[in-house]
Design a binder for this molecule. Sequence first.
Ligand code: HEM
Length: 215
Amino acid sequence: MSDEEKNIYAEPAEIDGDTLANLGPLRALAGVWRGEKGVDVNPKEHGPETRSFIDHIELQPIDPQTNGPQLFYGLRYHQHVISPGEAGTYHDQTGYWLWEPATETVIQTLSIPRGQIAMAVGKASKDARFFELVAKRGETTFGICSNPFLEEAFKTLAYRIAVTVHPNGTWSYEEVTTLQIKGTDEPFAHRDTSLLVNIGAPTPNSLALLKSTKG
Ligand code: HEM
């Protein structure tokens, strides 16, 4: 059936409520994580500044979500970053990682308290140990939306994240946020990398818990 012929209200007939069992490549990210090897390259008035940082990331399974026939399994996340020797938050981010089994697609939504949101997309097989997602300014799907000051002064052209799951169960990310900074010619590559070590198991989603108590 072509997309045009699909009933946009028709939900999938059978949905397994156990998200942890259906997360595809995102299964390896579920849980609570700490990263002590973060490196950030950010824009400063007189050039790039490189700093180390410490990550705390919590990724918890949510109940399966449908848009009519479309089915997502996902993780809700909160990333909190501090920089050694600096008071307060260095970076904060919330959103969802979503997996669409039918199309082998991974989506990340992100929201950061600079007044900025983005949604990135990439393809990955069910067992992938590496996947890469991209969001681009100006797109109405998988785009970037910034508050007017950022749009004027630090125009965010693109966001890219590559995730690698390592054989010992740790995982790492490499992010590049491309900024067109007012008064400069060349785009600036705002880079962030970190290696995450597990410090806690995920809490099963509510439908999965219901299933396990019903037996
Ligand atoms: C671990 C991830 C990240 C860390 C640690 C981080 C950290 C930083 C830092 C320290 C600055 C400089 C702030 C200042 O001097 O006032 C900055 C600037 C910026 N970041 Fe990030 N960032 C991260 C990820 C992101 C992401 C994912 C985006 C957007 C998709 C983003 C967008 C921006 C923008 C637009 C600026 C320019 C505004 C400014 O310099 O005041 N950052 N970031």
